[in-house]
Design a protein around this ligand. Structure first.
Ligand code: G
Ligand code: G
Ligand code: MN
Ligand code: NA
Length: 255
């Protein structure tokens, strides 16, 4: 409970940070976008990763103000980065939890942030885990349809770790499938993982959406993904999640 009060104050008093992990277009080798990943600058425990507080934020409902803050901060950063015309088509991916997906105010929050920072909706990609999609499929379908109508992109995150029901790829208005990094690890060594990753990529393409590989750490994995036709990749091989000033430097050096 003390931690909950600390997090509530942290959100209010500006203790959250957003780091950005580049996503690489495997055909061109350049950055196509970045994923926003929240951190909490805790007064005594240092910079905390989401694993230390996202579950608590979800269970308490604080993930709604937290998520609204992350979205606003990310789109503010997008506006700053767009000052460099080379970043004009850079995409911004933001994670949503189940609690946000079931929030009747979510669509207005997203719409408001897009208008405030004048971001082309097509450059915003919202990531939702399989588990969040299936926690209340009817409510999820309604939210996702409304978000789709705003023109934003929708990704299934951590694909392969949840229900992996193929019906939702058809039913929900999704344009991207993010293959969980647990399957990327074995590329080049575990033929089972290679078969799974290849199937996910083919499945995405069969339903007309793009495939993204998470957690790419070696050039062998990158080569294998390119050979299998994977569209995008992110992982420590290319860049760790970076604070905004370091992201800007990374983009300058890698465009
Ligand atoms: O950065 P790190 O690998 O520790 O992130 C772990 C997970 O935390 C991510 O995969 C993502 O699902 C979740 N996460 C990160 N940032 C956010 C956020 O802003 N909102 C929500 N709901 N989840 C996030
Ligand atoms: O939304 P999601 O849970 O997929 O967020 C990605 C998480 O994975 C982030 O917490 C990020 O720090 C982490 N991550 C990103 N790239 C790599 C990687 O190449 N290897 C490992 N082990 N973790 C990664
Ligand atoms: Mn994600
Ligand atoms: Na993920």
């Amino acid at each position: 409970l003390r931690a909950l009060g600390e997090l509530r104050r942290g959100i209010r008093d500006g203790a959250l940070r957003v780091h950005y992990q580049p996503q690489i277009d495997l055909r061109t080798g350049t950055a196509s976008g970045v994923e926003a990943l929240v951190r909490w600058q805790h007064p005594t425990r240092g910079l905390l990763p989401p694993s230390e507080f996202i579950t608590m934020a979800e269970e308490s409902g604080l993930v709604r103000p937290l998520g609204a803050w992350v979205l606003n901060e990310t789109l503010k950063q997008a506006a700053a980065l767009r000052q460099d015309p080379r970043n004009a088509r850079l995409e911004f991916a933001v994670n949503l939890s189940a609690r946000q997906l079931n929030d009747p105010e979510l669509v207005d929050t997203v719409k408001g942030a897009l208008q405030l920072w004048t971001l082309d909706p097509a450059l915003l990609q919202l990531e939702i885990t399989e588990t969040a999609l299936m926690s209340d499929p009817a409510a999820a379908l309604e939210s996702l349809t409304a978000l789709k109508n705003l023109g934003v992109g929708l990704a299934v995150d951590d694909f392969g770790t949840g229900y992996s029901s193929l019906t939702y790829l058809k039913k929900f208005p999704i344009n991207e499938l993010k293959i969980d990094r647990s399957f990327i690890t074995g590329l080049g060594s575990d033929s089972g993982d290679a078969a799974i990753v290849g199937s996910c990529i083919d499945l995405a393409h069969a339903v007309g959406i793009r495939a993204v590989a998470e957690g790419v750490e070696t050039s062998g994995q990158e080569q294998a993904l390119r050979a299998m036709g994977c569209d995008l990749a992110q992982g420590f091989l290319f860049a760790r999640p970076l604070p905004a000033p370091l992201l800007e430097e990374w983009l300058q050096a890698n465009l």
